[in-house]
Design a protein around this ligand. Structure first.
Ligand code: BDR
Ligand code: CA
Length: 346
């Protein structure tokens, strides 16, 4: 049998180029030297798990959570961020609210997936804190300005705040150690056949970010669809016997109900946690190099992340690699990482 590019039974060249795994460029936190990190997020079921993961991992020093309108109205996202941090025992982490919606075009939401509140049916106790008055972009800017080290950012919602930061404070771009983004896809999207939700929700902002020259890891659907939790994982989260573990179990349960109803699927992807996990665990996610360009036209490919990894075409076009893209993770290990994190939280 003919085998080409590892695909048995065909002699034709496949219509996709499987770029090889390379050494990561993303910085890696260590317990002795935690990585300073800001999460920019639209919580969001999977955002909530990503924030919990960052709170629990000793390799990460969570400096702030900023919010952006996406899965839910930004006011819900901000309240969710405050209450989640309170639940996770991290009232010390400041929260600031950012853009309500895309820079251009319509405001996109996902209540059919995350519920109108953004966190399904879960009701959390109020936080004693309020969101910081300066807003998301200015809070990120002041942290970048004053922190002794460069700071990593994990944007796990639409990229509106990050694009505004780049445009309002270009002098601070080189204070960003890395962007570990959840968004995009080498293959098909989820919001449309072409586009993943976070990129579709603000393609112009994503375009600014991918052209910025900042070091980027893109955790797209290709890898986050391997980051699955099923009913058995929900039981493991519940059995952590922590209140935070119970919250995580409820959030994943809500996501699972939709997966079963829509796709008859037994597991839900916890997309956003992948972008955070990569900064704490060196060998969880393998990455490959691509030139990523965002389609900002208004046709059927709007919001697509066009990922070019084929060396000959890159050389011909003069395009340069601007991102590492997640291609593989071990689902069992990912599940263990989340269960372990929620066992450590209050
Ligand atoms: C992304 O879209 C949102 O609904 C999730 O929180 C995640 O960030 C997945 O496409
Ligand atoms: Ca999100």
């Amino acid at each position: 049998m003919t085998v080409r590019y590892g695909v048995p039974g065909i002699s034709a060249r496949p219509t996709w180029f499987p770029a090889p795994a390379v050494a990561r460029t993303a910085p890696l936190g260590a317990t002795k030297k935690p990585l300073p990190l800001i999460i920019d997020s639209d919580p969001g079921l999977d955002d909530a798990l990503a924030i919990g993961l960052a709170c629990a991992r000793p390799e990460l020093d969570l400096l702030a959570v900023t919010t952006v309108g996406g899965n839910a109205d930004v006011r819900h996202c901000t309240e969710n961020a405050l209450r989640l941090l309170h639940r996770y025992g991290r009232d010390d982490v400041p929260v600031a609210e950012g853009a309500a919606g895309a820079i251009l075009g319509e405001v996109i939401r996902a209540p059919e997936i995350h519920g109108v509140s953004g966190i399904g049916n879960t009701v959390l106790d109020p936080s004693p804190n309020a969101a910081r008055a300066e807003g998301a972009v200015e809070l990120i800017a002041s942290i970048l300005r004053s922190h002794p080290e460069k700071v990593a950012i994990a944007p796990v919602g639409p990229l509106t705040n990050i694009a505004l930061l780049i445009r309002l404070h270009p002098e601070l771009v080189d204070r960003i150690a890395h962007l570990s983004i959840m968004g995009g896809s080498i293959g098909e999207g989820n919001k449309t056949v072409s586009a993943e939700f976070n990129i579709y929700a603000d393609p112009e902002a994503a375009d600014v970010v991918f052209r910025s020259g900042i070091q980027i890891t893109m955790m797209g659907l290709d890898v986050t669809h391997q980051a699955l939790l099923d009913g058995a994982a929900v039981e493991r989260l519940r059995k952590t016997d922590t209140a935070s573990g119970g919250v995580a179990a409820d959030l994943v349960d809500f996501a699972l109900a939709r997966e079963r109803a829509w796709y008859d699927a037994p597991a839900a992807a916890i997309h956003d946690a992948v972008a955070v996990a990569h900064l704490a665990i060196g060998d969880l996610v393998s990455v490959a190099e691509y030139h990523v360009e965002v389609d900002v036209t208004h046709g059927p490919a709007r919001g697509r992340t066009v990922c070019e990894g084929y060396p000959r075409r890159l050389a011909r076009s003069g395009q340069v690699v601007n991102a590492q893209v997640g291609i593989h993770l071990d689902p069992k290990r990912f599940e263990d990482v989340l269960v372990d994190a929620y066992a450590r939280l209050p």
